[in-house]
Design a protein around this ligand. Structure first.
Ligand SMILES: [Zn+2]
Length: 430
């Protein structure tokens, strides 16, 4: 893109509300330059459309898209997270680089069709069957480029196959066992990323996958480099029991002790996190990513998000296993899960609004978690947008004042139209 664009939709999401007649000027470098009437001629008139910041998917494992439709039969009676994980491991062992890349491209195109313009790819399936070759790392970056989605490659450290256990079987594909090898690889990837649409983040897969001192070392270096840091925390009760047995503390309590700074840290899931541990984590600047559709699919449970609600702006959303890719549904189930848990309505309320909180989690909250300048229609941010078809029957009778709620609670992805990443537009389903 090398021309200045002036975009005008019927309604534009700015400062937590839909406003009419807003003109958004995008500079040739792909950043938003101005928001408001500019006087310049409109170059893209989006009639019958609303313009929103593109959704930011803070947690994805794209290759698990390959399990779509599988792992949903239970010949031996009900399964668990751990029986599902066996299916993931079988998939991981089966994939070669080409099939892995194809799953990523498929997932990323489907994300764009659902209005997701950034993916935080929590990438731990590093190696091919040949050994520790990191053959899959750059496939992720190339797949994102091919699909046209912004990506933060969240490169995962994975050294143990459970607390104090050696890696075994499919876990060999995930192997990164020393912080120095990890950062060497990160330096290589820093050269491979296609800036500005591709950036890096640091990850320790979970407290199951690293010793506490290794976790602290990887995080300290990530903080020194100004990188976001993500980790799976307390998705399953078994992780908490194992951690208590080995370290005498729950995973989140241990994280709170180990990590000096927490404002670059996103804890993914927190399904069984104790309220006191959660408050301590949030007070130090921590963020929480919830993945409602995957957590429901895996039978994880429902997190207590009361403290996260009070720490406004710290929540984000992820499509995780990509069993279904829909951010409208993720938003809806973020609130519905809390309603079912508490037997109340409007649980994630802030100043009377719930849809606003949910849209914030799906956009700016994800951007903060990933450390990128997107997620809002504001000068200086990347021009990442989605459009909504206001003429769709699902939105009949809806006006500017009720559109956010209608989208979140009453519409599916069929209302979502074209997307834009860094000023580059993409037709839906292309
Ligand atoms: Zn995950």
């Amino acid at each position: 893109v090398s021309v200045r664009q002036v975009i005008a939709a019927d309604l534009t999401w700015v400062n937590g509300a839909f406003a009419p007649d807003v003109e958004v000027t995008v500079a040739p470098d792909g950043r938003i330059e101005a928001v408001g009437r500019g006087g310049a001629a409109v170059t893209r008139r989006l009639r019958g459309r609303a313009l929103l910041p593109g959704f930011v998917n803070a947690h994805s494992h794209a290759f698990q898209r390959g399990l779509r439709g599988h792992a949903e039969r239970f010949p031996g009676g009900p399964g668990t997270f751990w029986t599902w994980r066996e299916a993931v491991y079988q998939l991981a062992e089966r994939l070669d680089a080409a099939a892995f890349r194809q799953s990523c491209v498929q997932a990323y195109r489907e994300m764009l069709d659902a209005g997701i313009t950034t993916v935080g790819e929590f990438h731990y399936l590093h190696h091919s069957a040949r050994g520790a070759d990191h053959a899959f790392d750059e496939q992720v970056l190339q797949a994102a480029c091919e699909a046209g989605i912004r990506i933060v490659l969240l490169q995962a450290y994975y050294a143990t196959g459970g607390i104090g256990r050696r890696l075994s079987g499919a876990q060999e594909r995930f192997r990164v066992t020393t912080p120095s090898a990890y950062w060497e690889r990160m330096d290589r990837l820093a050269e491979a990323v296609a800036a500005p649409e591709q950036t890096l983040g640091a990850v320790v897969h979970s407290l199951r996958a690293a010793a506490p001192d290794q976790l602290a070392a990887v995080h300290a270096e990530a903080a020194r480099r100004g990188l976001p840091f993500h980790i799976h925390v307390e998705e399953q009760r078994e992780e908490i029991e194992d951690c208590l047995a080995a370290h005498g503390r729950r995973p989140m309590a241990l994280l709170n002790e180990l990590l000096e700074t927490r404002d670059n840290v996103t804890a993914v899931h927190c399904t069984h996190t104790a309220p006191g541990d959660m408050e301590c984590f949030l007070e130090a600047g921590g963020r929480v990513c919830v993945c409602p559709l995957t957590e429901a699919n895996l039978g994880d449970g429902l997190p207590d998000l009361e403290a996260a609600r009070r720490a406004a702006g710290r929540l984000s959303l992820g499509s995780d296993s990509n069993v279904r890719i829909s951010f409208l549904e993720e938003m809806r189930w973020l609130e519905y899960g809390q309603r079912l848990r508490t037997e109340r309505r409007g649980v994630l309320v802030e100043a009377g609004h719930v849809a606003r909180t949910l849209l914030e989690a799906a956009t700016a909250g994800g951007a903060r978690s990933l450390g990128i300048a997107t997620g809002a229609i504001e000068p200086g941010r990347w021009a990442d947008f989605l459009t909504v078809d206001l003429a769709h029957p699902a939105l009949a009778g809806v006006d500017a004042d009720t559109l956010a709620e209608a989208l979140v609670f009453g519409a599916g992805d069929e209302v979502i139209g074209e997307t834009c990443v860094g000023g580059r537009w993409r037709e839906k389903g292309r």
